[in-house]
Design a protein around this ligand. Structure first.
Ligand SMILES: [Fe+2]
Length: 183
């Protein structure tokens, strides 16, 4: 797959800057996870990058979200494995998470939101000084960024990671692209 082509397609379908940043953050963490596990970094990265490409096209309708996205990803050259991960990251379809890639995308998705929210409450609103420990504190504070699905993040256990390790890995990956995230 060609990243430039994928990004162009995303930019043609996604207007919301925050959604774009969410997809870039997901890509960064998925790549870092692939590296950690010795999996295919390109495959995992592109899956993260593309996973919400249809969010605006489907108007956030959970009955169609990620079905269209999986099709769009296939058109961009995604494998069936990648398309499956995109498809089942939306639980509304009731498709079980099967592969490690499916499970990774599923728990990474809400982690980006928690980390961004934790950065935004800092005085400098930057990722640089944020520590994994603070993110975990925010994780335990249920009223903080209440829409972030903690249970889904906790499913990092299904890919063999403890919450602290998962958070640290995600935070480091997002710090690397802080400029792109405007954080
Ligand atoms: Fe997402």
């Amino acid at each position: 797959m060609n990243r430039k082509e994928a990004l162009n397609s995303i930019k043609a379908n996604v207007e919301n800057e925050n959604l774009l940043k969410h997809m870039l953050a997901t890509e960064a963490i998925m790549r870092a996870l692939a590296k950690h596990f010795g999996e295919d970094e390109e495959e995992w990265g592109f899956t993260g990058l593309l996973h919400d490409i249809d969010m605006e096209l489907t108007g956030g309708d959970m009955a169609t979200h990620s079905k269209l996205g999986a099709d769009l990803a296939r058109e961009l050259g995604a494998s069936e494995t990648m398309a499956h991960a995109i498809l089942c990251h939306n639980k509304a379809h009731g498709i079980p998470l099967e592969t490690k890639l499916d499970k990774a995308l599923f728990c990474v998705d809400p982690l980006t939101g928690l980390i961004i929210a934790a950065a935004l409450v800092r005085p400098d609103k930057k990722l640089a000084g944020l520590e994994a420990e603070s993110v975990i504190k925010k994780f335990k504070e249920k009223s903080f960024a209440a829409r972030v699905n903690r249970q889904q993040i906790s499913q990092c256990s299904e890919i063999g990671l403890e919450l602290d390790e998962f958070t640290e890995l995600g935070l480091v990956a997002m710090k690397r692209i802080a400029a792109d995230l405007g954080l």
